[in-house]
Design a protein around this ligand. Sequence first.
Ligand code: MG
Length: 401
Amino acid sequence: MTDRRSDDVQHDPAAGVAAIAVPTREALEAHLAPYAAHSAQSRGRRYPEAAPSARTEFQRDRDRIVHSTAFRRLEYKTQVFVNHEGDLFRTRLTHSLEVAQIARSVARNLRVNEDLVEAISLAHDLGHTPFGHAGQDALNECMREHGGFEHNLQSLAVVDDLEEHYGAFNGLNLCFETREGILKHCSRDNARRLGALGERFLEGRQPSIEAQIANVADEIAYNNHDVDDGLRSGLLTVEQLAEIELWQTHFEASRRDFPQIEGRRLIHETVRRIINTLVVDLIDTTRENIARHAPASLEAVRAAPALVAHSDAIAAQAAALKRFLFKNLYRHYRVMRMANKARRVVIGLFDAFTEDPRLLPPDYQSTDVTQQPRLIAHYIAGMTDRYAVKEYQRLFVIDDN
Ligand code: MG
């Protein structure tokens, strides 16, 4: 005769140790605040599936993203510096991991769904072209007459359609809340086309707190790692950064606290303090906003103004850093030279495939001429930096072997 308690913690007489009780899916999220996205209340998947047995719906989404082909490609896609420029610069993959790390810290402190923020963070850049923003701008230009190209929408296309991993459906069949978080921006035209997912852009409503966190964590991550990579590459100097309050405050504090350190170590100490300041400010300010608006559910979060935010003072300092990076790093002549080459590769590939679609791998050829440009865009967007360069060489370079 077993009572209720011995069901919860079963005893294995052979091993002589207590087996770990299996938590219910509700128990895995019992700590969440009422305004969090609870996976049991998800608006569901495009193709209905049985509930997972050992994890929550959002954990399953996160796992599918990590196992996707597009996720592995992020390793060889440019953030700012092209992969071959150095082994220590951020790639889209390490960027996405840093975003997830920051977003999870914030989520845990606010008692919202860490698994959902992780899924959104890891997927947010899946649709990026090779060569960072230069690649996306060039592809958008090529696609101007055919509906344009936008990396947020492309990330959604990857998880909704392009991945071929499962027998029952195309794409990863992720939950509505994960897809909503991936779609950070969207034009009104595209929003109309997207049905339920596009509604918030037409109605001026917010996404979940988890989506809002992933969005701000993205900015915190790239502002800081671009400073770090900019200094590492020599395109930025510590002297230039002295005009930026957010940098200088923490640089001076680091020197004061550790007068013996210098070089890379001093830079790392400064950057980690900046990240910490931004994260703590984000948690504190968001907590105040939540207290003020007291959203009792995810639906109330959608109807409220954006709740995840920095304080005015820190927001102004972060914006100044962002402007500095734009002017001094993203527009640096050496970055512009690389961007120019990237542009030539993307436009060259697009034009060659458009002129003669028979040059495309068969999967990307279409008998429908109206569909052909989008398939070309999918093919190019899926390329890593080095694959794009190789493909360009295969099409345009005649060598002697
Ligand atoms: Mg990003």
